[in-house]
Design a protein around this ligand. Structure first.
Ligand code: C5P
Length: 216
């Protein structure tokens, strides 16, 4: 599949974002605009990225009541991005409301953040990470969502999952940052990832163009 790589443009300004875009090939990757960049630069930057022919994943991870999420997804769909995200923990009604409002953009459900460990989940929800993940995947399976976002370490449990699997938490080398449940790009692809999401290993590399090659 072409364009399996999604580069996360986690910057706080359009100068850095557009400079990185100039190093990328829109035929080889998509780009992800997350909360930090969207709050900093808004729709104007989304238009600038579209003009450069990149497919856009607007990753705002919505988590609110069904009405608010539905109205927000309607707005996002008007701007013609390709994919966007909601949190599966928003529950069945919120997921359904998001799907109904989505028009022709893909909506993905975020399962368990790749920065959370089993201990974190036990503290938050008094269940194991495995149980929480299983419950959230059941919700995604029974919905009209186009796919999920999950850690590469959970991919082995998703062999029969038919929707898109979009996978952050990709590290080819050991890193000392906030990501906890990580795998290399090749292990993630081999375990069934449809798309991998990579940020800092490319955008903060000494030579981003060279670094990019390790993830294509
Ligand atoms: O820099 P790094 O490769 O860790 O970037 C990963 C990107 O994927 C970030 O933009 C982060 O917001 C996003 N993400 C994640 N874990 C999730 C969902 C999205 O790391 N569960």
């Amino acid at each position: 599949m072409s364009k399996r790589l999604i580069v996360a443009l986690d910057f706080d300004n359009k100068v850095d974002a557009l400079r990185t875009l100039d190093l990328l090939d829109c035929n080889k990757c998509m780009v992800k605009v997350g909360l930090q960049l969207f709050v900093s630069e808004g729709w104007e930057l989304i238009s600038a990225i579209k003009q450069k022919n990149f497919d856009i994943f607007l990753d705002l991870k919505l988590h609110d009541i069904p009405n608010t999420v539905s109205k927000t997804i309607e707005k996002i769909a008007d701007f013609g991005v390709n994919m966007t995200t909601i949190h599966l923990t928003g529950g069945e009604n919120m997921i359904d409301a998001a799907c109904q409002a989505s028009k022709d953009i893909k909506v993905l459900g975020v399962s368990v953040l790749t920065s959370l460990s089993n201990d974190d989940i036990l503290k938050i929800a008094s269940i194991t990470l495995e149980e929480k993940f299983k419950n959230l995947i059941a919700l995604a399976n029974n919905s009209d969502l186009d796919g999920i976002v999950c850690s590469p370490q959970e991919l082995t449990t998703l062999k029969d999952f038919q929707k898109l699997k979009v996978v952050p938490g990709i590290r080819n080398k050991p890193s000392n940052d906030d990501q906890v449940r990580v795998l290399s790009a090749s292990d993630a692809y081999n375990s069934g990832a449809d798309f991998i999401v990579v940020g800092r290993p490319i955008t903060q590399a000494f030579n981003p163009t060279e670094a990019l090659k390790d993830f294509l």
